[in-house]
Design a protein around this ligand. Sequence first.
Ligand SMILES: Nc1ncnc2c1ncn2[C@@H]1O[C@H](COP(=O)(O)OP(=O)(O)OP(=O)(O)O)[C@@H](O)[C@H]1O
Length: 249
Amino acid sequence: MTTTASATPAIQVSDLHKYFGDNEVLKGIDFRVDQGQVVCVIGPSGSGKSTLLRCVNRLEEPTSGRILVEGIDITDPETDLDAVRSRIGMVFQQFNLFPHMDVLANLCVAQRRVKKRSRDEAVQVARANLAKVGLSEKEKAYPAHLSGGQQQRVAIARALSMDPDMMLFDEPTSALDPELVGDVLSIMKDLAAEGMTMMVVTHEMGFAREVGDRLAFMDGGVIVEEGDPRQVLADPQHDRTKAFLSKVL
Ligand SMILES: Nc1ncnc2c1ncn2[C@@H]1O[C@H](COP(=O)(O)OP(=O)(O)OP(=O)(O)O)[C@@H](O)[C@H]1O
């Protein structure tokens, strides 16, 4: 976690609109994540949080607006999206591990295909990242034999094995039993302490308060309020933020 802003933001979103059919899900979003920052996004179900995050690595195509990732315009059709995506690690609510591969293979496959690493090199990187998430002894296990918390830790290790410049987390603990949430959050906290740039869609207000550099509250496809997480959570300025927080805190 750092408060130092770099000249080129990691992520810069300007006037972003996204429609699904007639449904305008993002209504002119301006949003920024500086290098080394942890920015948390909270808000009610259906407010557009996941869609915003998914637009940032172009899992969704914006309808209009501009998104720069490390200064590169990913809304420009000329941009090599794969090259930009390879700098972004993504962690989903449902882990998205390959069920027919063991843990080590899960961590190696994209390294081999995208990074063109040799098998030995990929295994070495995978093992270092498995150690980081405390799962070295599980390299031969299949996802179905791991707890949800362990699967999510493997998913984080897999993303880290691609040496990303930044990590996007889409409700990474929402599918976990409560007793497993802390393990995943503590790994995310360690990553933040190492200076990883992170955008985190979450319902974990404690994490946002403790680890976040900024907090954005979304409702109805707009960012209603944004600021220091401790300040927003303790003293929200907008009625919609107050109403939401009164239900979840
Ligand atoms: N692929 C899609 N096709 C059509 N509508 C979609 C699609 N993805 C999302 N939506 C709609 O967009 C709106 C915003 O969804 P989104 O998942 O971004 O919200 P969210 O704030 O992340 O909600 P949650 O906290 O429940 O995940 C919802 O009305 C949802 O139904």
